[in-house]
Design a protein around this ligand. Sequence first.
Ligand code: SF4
Length: 405
Amino acid sequence: MSQRVITFGCRLNACESDIISDFVRELGADDFVLINTCAVTREAERKLCQTIRKLHREDKNVRIILTGCASELNPQRYLRMNGVMEVISNERKLFRSEYLKYSAPGTEETKEKTPPRKIRGFLQIQNGCDQKCTYCVVRLARGPNVSFPKDEILLQAQRLLSKGYVEIVLTGVNISAYGRDLAGGENLASIIRHLLKNIPQLERLRLSSLDPADVDESLLELIKNEERLMPHFHQSVQSGDDLILKRMLRRHRRQQVLEASHKILEARPEAVLGADMIVGFPTETEPMFENTKRIIREARLSLLHVFSFSGRPGTAAAAMPQVERNVIRRRAKELKLLAREVLAEKLSQYVDQKVMAVGEGGENARTDSFLAVRAKEKLAAGQKYLLRGEEVANGVLLSVVVGKQ
Ligand code: SF4
């Protein structure tokens, strides 16, 4: 039986699963399923249990290994489930030695180069977080902020490019905290500069979520002057109401979101802004929810991830007065509708306009600013195309190819 790596959750998990897959392939490790788990919502853990039960139903001899935040926070619960052999801690999940015991005896290490299926390689620059957001379970599972050494990050970036990835996405639990635990005034801007200076062949660098409170002058300077930094900036906004932000223990207030967004667009007018939003946080009233809806247009946010609040065990927010589930569902529906509206408005700016995008396989492509584009013909994955927008449909810019780069 072959081995499989199943990933739940965030880009950080995807990044780690990519590295684990390399270990497993190189070791010729076999005969197990590894699941990189997520605990960010109740729904994520429900799907995990469903997957474990399905794997065992399909094969009573299945050997399941768990790692990631859900198994980190509750190992005994999962070890009691049929088929689950082992839980590997978040701290040890990237240790090659953890997978040696699964390598088939006599299997020579294979160095074959596997062509990438994806365009984007995720590059982890730090782990953990020192902040204490009241809804967050990730910090409980991943521990304090640990910035990775610059040379190690450089090596990993070169590894991703050597695998043929076209773009690299800097990721972590909180990339805005990069460098705070290092000497010499390192920060997110300094590691971006270090990568772009030392890897001239790195043409497309993307950032994962930013903390609005950390959009500082050094980062804005790079956003303005570094065209290899792709013009899509996603912020961890969460709410547009100051009292809710205070109860979330977020470091920013709505004014800082507005300032950060406007400064980014001033520095890079073609940029597209995205944000994470939580609806139904404990004590959220209708007027507070209206403040969240209003900030989307005021901050000119176009690519939104909407999360319904669910109280996670061990978090302060789980003990606060909860908003009724049906109210949360209704607000999530309303915010997702608004998200579709603002995205359609952003995409319609490219109708009858030319736009560059990178093929993602099939007819699909993404612009530098991370907008989804679909052509009328097959596009080569990783190839750059010049397209002309024709119309907007379901969050995608339908377009025709007018050139190749
Ligand atoms: S910044 Fe807040 S939400 Fe993000 S990982 Fe840290 S504690 Fe969690």
